[in-house]
Design a protein around this ligand. Sequence first.
Ligand code: ZN
Length: 152
Amino acid sequence: MSGDELRELYQEVILDHSKRPRNFREMEHPTHRAVGHNPLCGDRATIYVEVEDGVVRDVSFHGAGCSISTASASMMTDAVRGKTVEQALLLFQRFHQLVTADPGRAAEVAPELGKLAVFAGVHEFPVRVKCASLAWHTLKAALEGGAGATTE
Ligand code: ZN
């Protein structure tokens, strides 16, 4: 796949998820919840998780943010539903490596990330890295029993 094609795919997927975010709703009785804030861009996201027997049965998000943070939160909820808490936290690590690590390492973890690999492109834009990882940091805070997360 050429660089141009990849960029096109990246824009298409992110645009789709930012315009029609999946699992964008508040949850009445989540077992876990955390509020995330990215002061650099102004993104805010509340992540709701329902965990039963160590498995993420349901996950949703609510808040307001830029298209990258919205798309990332939307794709995160799709990616971790049905996973065990351990698998979800491992996915967080992989995603974090993808958007922050050097390109060599990113290529290594990308296959494990499936669709989430489209976020490899944000690596070039440090400000966007925080937008893309906000939902993930907040998910981690929620699962680990914290009340909130900030990208700083
Ligand atoms: Zn943002």
